[in-house]
Design a binder for this molecule. Structure first.
Ligand code: PMP
Length: 303
């Protein structure tokens, strides 16, 4: 992994058990995906600058100053992907405070890390159960920041949903409108209309933003009743991409809804192929070493 400016073996990374972020939940992080182009082995990190900018805004919210700027972090991510030799995968950058106990203790060191992990394809649809817990109140925290502590709410809601037999929770906001799942944004389809909760009370996902850009959906309040009257529902996130919802409580949705299928296919195309719409969103890297051997036999594979 990349840790404070250097590439080290994962086992060499030293973080104190007295890490401030471990005790008070103030680490900030991102989840980023990179994909292989299907026909030529080139790889591309999806919306890297947007993720890194959001990481730095989250760090600012938590008063952590990383010595690395956006450009350096983007470079470090690309270098990490190159070193990983994976054709596709998941990138986890994080900024967190090191050793120091006492909530407001001054002078605690700030660490920055980037790990690259393999990624397994998830299921084709999910079931959701409406949670008894509500999403974080926007006046209790900066809801747009990706702070580790926010995921206590997500964890508890998801664990409750899993116990009830669903894959994940749907959380309402403090006004009893639909907010999001524990780790993804939600969209609904009714006839030809696509709509999604507005950003005030949710985490404004980059995948959500991509879908709104591609499909011109409406952003507005969505009641639970309206959600259950929709023809189809899907969730969006870096991890799950565009994933149809098969069931919300006792409501069964059409996972084969033609509009959802189209959006899913379109998103799949946008993350890993060249088309005019995605150019500013892709940071492209040369093929992995094994692929370059295939392309250029003189380099090794066929000799
Ligand atoms: N909502 C929550 C609570 C999340 O944790 C995530 C994942 N980061 C999302 C929505 C989706 O965000 P993105 O599309 O940027 O991954």
């Amino acid at each position: 992994m990349w840790f404070d400016g250097e590439f080290i073996e994962d086992a060499q990374a030293r973080v104190s058990p007295l890490s401030h972020s471990l005790h008070y939940g103030g680490a900030v992080y991102e989840g980023i995906r990179f994909y292989e182009f299907p026909h030529n082995f080139w790889r591309s990190v999806f919306r890297l600058q947007d993720h890194i900018n959001r990481l730095l805004v989250s760090a600012q919210v938590m008063d952590m100053e990383s010595p690395y700027g956006a450009e350096e972090l983007c470079e470090a991510v690309l270098e990490s992907v190159k070193k990983s030799d994976l054709q596709a995968g998941y990138i986890r950058p994080a900024i967190f405070r090191g050793e120091g106990i006492g909530l407001m203790s001054p002078g605690i060191p700030v660490h920055t890390m980037i790990a690259v992990l393999p990624w397994a394809q998830g299921p084709d649809s999910i079931s959701l159960a409406t949670s008894k817990m509500i999403r974080l109140h926007p006046r209790s925290t900066s809801i747009g920041a990706k702070v580790a502590g926010h995921y206590v709410n997500s964890y508890l809601a998801a664990a409750e949903a899993k116990k009830s037999g669903a894959n994940d929770a749907l959380l309402l906001d403090y006004e009893d409108n639909v907010a999001e799942t524990s780790i993804a944004n939600v969209f609904f389809v009714k006839g030809e209309t696509i709509f999604t909760p507005k950003t005030e009370n949710i985490f404004p996902g980059i995948t959500r933003d991509t879908i709104l850009y591609l499909c011109h959906g409406e952003e507005r309040d969505v009641s639970l009743q309206e959600a259950k009257e929709a023809d189809a529902m899907f969730v969006t996130g870096t991890a799950c991409e565009v994933l149809p919802v098969a069931r919300l409580d006792d409501k069964v949705f059409d996972t084969e809804n033609p509009l959802v299928r189209k959006i899913r296919a379109f998103f799949g195309h946008v993350v890993d192929s060249s088309c005019p719409v995605n150019k500013p969103w892709l940071s492209t890297l040369e093929p992995t070493s094994w692929a370059s051997k295939l392309i250029n036999p003189a380099k090794g594979a066929n000799r």
